[in-house]
Write a protein that binds this ligand. Structure first.
Ligand SMILES: O=P(O)(O)OC[C@H]1O[C@](O)(CO)[C@@H](O)[C@@H]1O
Length: 243
C-alpha cells in the first residue's frame, strides 16, 4: 500500500486529480472510473475539470460507475448523488452522460436493481480505478461496520452515525434517507486500482485505526490492506493522531 502524506485537502485533491488524469491519458480514455461522493472528493473533481480543460483533453471514451445512491431521491433532488455528480463533475467534462452510471435509488424493485448494477459493472469489464472516501466509522461506500466482506451491490440501512454525518447536506436530519444502494466490499475490491482519500480532523481516528491494520468487518476500510494496488492520500489534519 502506498501512503502519500500531504499538507491539506487542496494538495490531496491535486494529487488525486493528477493520478486520475494520468490514468485517463495513458489509456487514451479507455477507462472505467469508479467514483465517490461526499465532501472529500469534491476538490478532486474541480482539479480534474481544470486539468482536462487546460490540456484540452477529451475523455469521451471514459465510463464512470458511482459507489452508491440514496433510496427514494430522484435525480432532480439536490441531495441525490446523481445530482451531486452532474453538478460537480459530469456537466463540466465531455464524458457522455449515458456513460455515467449510478445505482437507481428510485427503482421499483430495489433488490433487482442491486443485481442489475453489479452485473452492469461486470459486463463493462470491471472498474479500473476506484476513488474512495472513508466514513468516520470506517465505512467505504455505504458499507457500514459489520457488513460482510463478501457482499456485492446491496441495499443498506444507514447507520445513525452516517445519517448524522450526512445531515449537513439536508435541511433537517429527518430528511436524510434511511436506506441506500451501495457497491459491496467485494465489488470495490474487484477494482484493479483503488485511491483512498482521507482529509480532516474528523477522520483522524479512522485513519489511525486504518493504519493499525487489524482486519475486521467492524471496520470496513480495513479490507483495503489486502488489495494489491492501493494509494492512500491523507492530509495533515487526518494524520495527526499518528504522531
Ligand atoms: O467525504 P465525506 O463527506 O466525509 O464522506 C465520506 C464517505 O461517506 C459517503 O459519502 C457515504 O456516506 C461516502 O460515499 C464517502 O466516501
Amino acid at each position: 500500500m502506498n501512503v502519500i502524506y500531504v499538507k491539506d485537502s487542496k494538495e490531496m485533491s491535486e494529487k488525486a486529480a493528477s493520478l486520475l488524469f494520468s490514468r485517463m491519458k495513458t489509456t487514451e480514455g479507455q477507462l472505467n472510473l469508479g467514483l465517490a461522493t461526499g465532501g472529500t472528493p469534491q476538490g478532486t473533481y474541480e482539479e480534474l475539470i481544470k486539468k482536462t480543460r487546460a490540456a484540452n483533453q477529451s475523455f469521451a471514451q471514459v465510463k464512470t460507475f458511482n459507489l452508491d445512491e440514496y433510496v427514494g431521491l430522484s435525480e432532480e433532488n439536490h441531495q441525490s448523488y446523481r445530482y451531486y455528480m452532474n453538478t460537480h463533475f459530469f456537466n463540466h467534462i465531455d464524458i457522455p452522460i449515458e456513460q455515467t452510471f449510478l445505482p437507481n435509488g428510485m427503482a421499483l424493485n430495489l433488490e433487482e436493481e442491486c443485481a442489475r448494477y453489479e452485473q452492469l459493472i461486470i459486463d463493462n469489464g470491471g472498474i479500473d480505478v476506484q476513488l474512495l472516501g472513508i466514513g468516520s466509522n470506517g465505512h467505504i461506500g455505504f458499507n457500514e461496520p459489520g457488513t460482510p466482506f463478501s457482499e456485492e451491490t446491496h441495499l443498506v440501512k444507514l447507520a445513525q452515525e452516517t445519517k448524522e454525518a450526512n445531515a449537513r447536506y439536508f435541511n433537517d436530519q429527518s430528511e436524510v434517507p434511511s436506506q441506500a444502494i451501495t457497491m459491496g466490499i467485494a465489488s470495490i475490491m474487484r477494482a484493479k486500482e483503488i485511491v483512498l482519500l482521507i482529509s480532516g480532523e474528523n477522520k483522524a481516528d479512522a485513519f489511525a485505526k486504518f493504519m493499525n491494520g487489524t482486519l475486521s468487518e467492524q471496520f470496513p476500510a480495513s479490507i483495503l490492506e489486502t488489495h494489491e494496488n492501493v494509494t492512500v492520500i491523507v492530509d495533515e489534519a487526518a494524520a495527526n493522531k499518528m504522531n
